[in-house]
Design a binder for this molecule. Sequence first.
Ligand code: PAF
Length: 306
Amino acid sequence: MKIAVLGAGAMGCLYGGMLAEADNEVWLLDVWKEHVDAINETGLYIETSKGNKHIKNIRAAMKPSDIGVVDLVLVFVKSTITEIAIEQNKEIFGIDTIALTLQNGLGNIEKIGSVIGKKNIIAGTTAHGSTMLGPGKIRHAGVGKTHIGEIDGSVSARIQKIGKVFSDASIATDISENVMGLVWGKLMVNIGINALTAITGLKNGQLIDFKETEELLELAVAEAWHVAKIKGIQLPYDDPIAHTKEVCKATAENRSSMLQDVVNKRKTEIEMINGAIVREGEVLGLDTPINKVITNLIAVIQKKYS
Ligand code: PAF
């Protein structure tokens, strides 16, 4: 299968590398010149707990015209730039090209759809962890399941085909008939962890070591849970507060993606995470004061970047 990975960050490289290893034609598309050059010159290096991998049959590009139309686009850019990234790389989308978003936060499906139309979008979640080590080098930090599905929940031939391409590349993948539930399920975790770690500088596990941050985690997730219930979202687990705390434990040593953004003075995904709950709440006439406070605090941190 001819696959383009839009956004060759740590996660994009991980998926691209594994798919290339299984002999797919994989193109990584990114604006970071040093990284693109390193991959084209010496290949992609992936450190894993079971030894290192050197993937040579993978190409990288900065321009969509170097790639042409592909069968599948994995959208891995930050959700802050989804729309512009799709718009600027429209050339890789043909009439039957499928776009798969595994990004964090709400709104990516709509943003991708506003450029290429909704028909060819599928979505999902990933529980893999990956860290960028430098140009052309990543560390596969944690192994986890990938869930993908059609937005309407149907188990189509194309979703089964993509599931098989992933499984053949040793990416353990489940097909879901409730992909929006999964997206919201991941959202709950990001609501409880990301901004609170970014504000306090704590690692994920430390959030539940302090009763004050634990309480805020509980309150933020409870608000989002209420919104999800009113919207009729079926979460993939019973209790999002307990689940988020489990993720804190399972990823105890991680610095969340939002903490890393704040440390590196990058725009965060706050508007697609806690900010999205505030907006969803407003539409339904529900107050979400904790998420409002959290959203505003991150907004101020961002404004203070020098
Ligand atoms: O965004 C993140 O950092 C991750 O989604 C998670 C699960 C919170 C782990 O750090």
